[in-house]
Design a protein around this ligand. Structure first.
Ligand code: G
Ligand code: G
Ligand code: MN
Ligand code: NA
Length: 253
């Protein structure tokens, strides 16, 4: 297949790029972080969103290369932003379950060292697919990651397997409430009760909360009413290139 052949060379031909979606504290408008979201700038097809080719990259055994490129670029971009005088507390990267094995911790460590980014400025978004594994190896890998000093976030919370035990088994800093629950709010479904319960649980476990996919003012107001103010959604901004992210940031002091 042509796309697969092209994908094999996308990294070396420098065809990947990152967009960033800001996470905003609605109480003061400050950007508290940004999630990096990879795109492939295909020479013929233009920008291809990740859901169309990340699964292919996983199948072809290319996800480590893609993942390492993403990590290094995200770290370098944040260092560069700060050098330009912008303030951004952290950048987060998505990690595929297939990318999550032995070499991953060393790759993160090396990306931090080479970029000079302080570890606490990097956040890795883990999915339930990774956390649900009971394997000791996964538990100790996550601990090793945490020991690098980075932040750990649980992405797409509540959409995967519904084992909650990993919330206490892993050293997590943050929980991201999935967009599907926010969509449920709009439909007036019982998701309201689920979201309340998730928030209460996250708070009692000491996890910071980010809500994904907030598009409507009503939804923001609902979350503010629940004491949750950090929002990642189109209401504030779509994912944008770095050049469009920096004007949204406060100056570094
Ligand atoms: O940006 P977009 O809305 O198209 O993202 C769609 C999906 O692609 C999201 O689920 C996101 O987690 C995933 N994704 C985006 N960037 C990366 C990446 O760098 N690595 C992996 N593994 N997945 C990513
Ligand atoms: O990694 P994850 O699956 O959480 O990726 C976040 C995805 O959610 C990205 O593809 C991003 O573009 C998308 N997203 C973020 N905010 C919104 C929103 O407000 N509306 C919609 N439709 N998508 C969103
Ligand atoms: Mn994510
Ligand atoms: Na998500």
């Amino acid at each position: 297949l042509q796309l697969e052949n092209d994908l094999r060379r996308a990294v070396e031909l420098d065809q990947l790029l990152l967009h960033y979606q800001p996470q905003v504290d609605a109480l003061d408008g400050r950007v508290t972080g940004a999630e990096s979201l990879v795109r492939w700038n295909h020479p013929k097809q233009g920008l291809i969103p990740p859901f169309k080719w990340i699964p292919i990259a996983e199948e072809m055994g290319l996800i480590e290369d893609v993942g390492e490129w993403v990590l290094r670029r995200a770290c370098a971009d944040l260092v560069e932003l700060r050098a330009q005088g912008h303030s951004l507390p952290k950048v987060s990267v998505n990690v595929s379950a297939l990318q999550f094995h032995d070499e991953f911790v060393a790759t993160v460590s090396s990306a931090l060292q080479d970029s000079g980014l302080p570890p606490e400025s990097l956040e890795v978004e883990l999915t339930e697919g990774i956390m649900v594994s009971n394997q000791e190896s996964v538990v100790s890998m996550v601990q090793n990651l945490k020991d690098l000093g980075i932040r750990l976030s649980i992405d797409d919370f509540g959409t995967g397997y519904s084992s909650l035990s990993y919330l206490t088994r892993f050293p997590l800093d943050e929980l991201k409430i999935d967009r599907s629950f926010v969509l449920g709010l709009a439909k007036g479904s019982q998701d309201v009760e689920l979201v309340r319960a998730i928030i209460a649980m996250a708070k009692s476990l000491g996890l910071e909360i980010v809500v994904e996919g907030v598009e409507r003012m009503e939804d923001l107001e609902f979350f503010l009413g629940q004491g949750v103010s950090v929002i990642q959604g189109f209401l504030f901004s779509q994912p944008v290139p770095l050049t469009q992210l920096s004007p949204l940031l406060a100056p570094e002091h």
